[in-house]
Design a protein. Structure first.
Length: 348
């Protein structure tokens, strides 16, 4: 009989997750079994559980892609990890390594990729399978809770900021100061950028100020756009949109400087208006940005280990997941909620 683990499982989109005992998975060739110590709750997990996007996961599945833990078993052929190593398991579970994107350092665009907590079971469980080639190396004494949000929120915003092409001394506007945005502010400051933080919640803007934002603007203020234009002397050189609201995407276009770049990472379902005249005459670049490569992840982790980026986390047991999702949907989570798997076990 296989051993069991506790997990939060999506059985039906938009319905509460069930806390269940399911078999502990067995690592196949090239895979490792990771005992999860901490797993952050990303808004993407909520989109996954609600079936928000055109390409949907197939229930039943276990969400979670900010899993930090310890290697407890090696699948056949794994030589680059040992039992006891600390690792991070991120969204990019694996990629084909052969396509034009994988060959050119763009494995995040691989059409054959698998995603942790989406097309592969994720970290809202006591154990998760990772591909050894894609697991992030962490120091043995790492603070699992603190590092966990770096595995998605960190790498995604670090890469997204690079994609704005804003240079040290220039302005970047960060719209959406949730799990992603609160680390984005710190990456931006560490990269030498000046930061405008934008959200619709006073609490989030207070946190933004504490984290070093140079200017905080409520997106719903009538003069929000004017404030950004005035403070930045004509608009931000780069804009990073993490907000879970299509309105924020339209607003971003009005906040960017001529020749500037808007990097879109938020994924609310829907569409937004793009005024052709402004985009063309101001030579504005709008681009999407999806997580980051293994190299980006390594760099994003290094910023955190060096103390340049600190995550604001609160721990909770996996049993709280449905309540956490409700609060995330309502914009009531400050920083990141992290599921704590260091206590209790479903194994008997
Ligand atoms: P979150 O819920 O923690 O934060 C979202 C924030 O957006 C909240 O602070 C909310 O108040 C704010 N917001 C809502 N409406 C706004 C508006 N009109 N203007 C400004 N701010 C507004 O979510 P999160 O975990 O930070 O994730 C954010 C989004 O990024 C999600 O859609 C998620 O799926 C997506 N995401 C994308 C990638 C990627 O690789 N592209 C990776 C991770 C997450
Ligand atoms: Zn995520």
């Amino acid at each position: 009989m296989s051993k069991l683990m506790k997990a939060a499982v999506v059985h039906e989109f938009t319905k509460p997750l069930k806390i269940e005992c399911v078999p502990i998975p067995v690592p196949g060739p090239g895979e490792i079994l990771v005992k999860v110590m901490a797993c952050g709750v990303c808004h993407t997990d909520l989109h996954a559980a609600d079936g928000d996007w055109p390409v949907k996961p197939t229930p039943p599945f276990i969400p979670g892609h900010e899993a930090a833990g310890v290697v407890v078993e090696l699948g056949p052929g794994v030589t680059d990890f040992e039992k006891g190593d600390a690792v991070g398991v991120a969204w990019l579970h694996d990629a084909c390594m052969r396509c034009e994107y994988c060959q050119t350092g763009w494995e995040t665009l691989c059409e054959h990729q698998h995603n942790t907590g989406y097309s592969r079971d994720g970290g809202f469980a006591e154990y998760v399978i990772a591909s050894a080639a894609f697991a992030a190396r962490l120091p043995k004494d790492v603070d699992f809770t603190a590092i966990s949000p770096i595995l998605c929120a960190g790498v995604t915003t670090y890469k997204g900021l690079k994609e704005t092409e804003a240079k040290p001394g220039e302005w970047v506007a960060i719209s959406g100061i949730g799990g992603l945005g609160h680390v984005a502010i710190q990456y931006a400051k560490a990269m030498g950028l000046k930061v405008v933080a934008i959200d619709i919640s006073a609490d989030k803007l207070n946190m933004a100020q504490d984290l070093g934002a140079d200017l905080c603007v409520n997106a719903r203020d009538d003069g929000a756009i004017d404030q950004v234009i005035a403070a930045t002397g004509g608009g931000a050189h780069g804009v990073l949109v993490t907000a879970v609201s299509p309105a924020a995407f339209s607003q971003a276009i009005k906040m960017v400087r001529r020749k500037g770049t808007i990097s879109l990472v938020g994924l609310p379902p829907g569409e937004f208006e793009t005024p052709i005249f402004d985009i063309v005459l101001k030579r504005i670049t709008i681009r999407g940005s999806i997580v980051g490569t293994r190299r980006d992840l390594e760099e994003a982790i290094a910023f955190a280990l060096e103390g340049k980026v600190k995550t604001e986390t609160k721990r909770a047991p996996v049993e709280d997941i449905n309540d956490i999702f409700m609060r995330l949907k309502a914009g009531k989570v400050d920083g990141r909620m992290v599921l704590d798997f260091t206590h209790g076990t479903g194994e008997d």
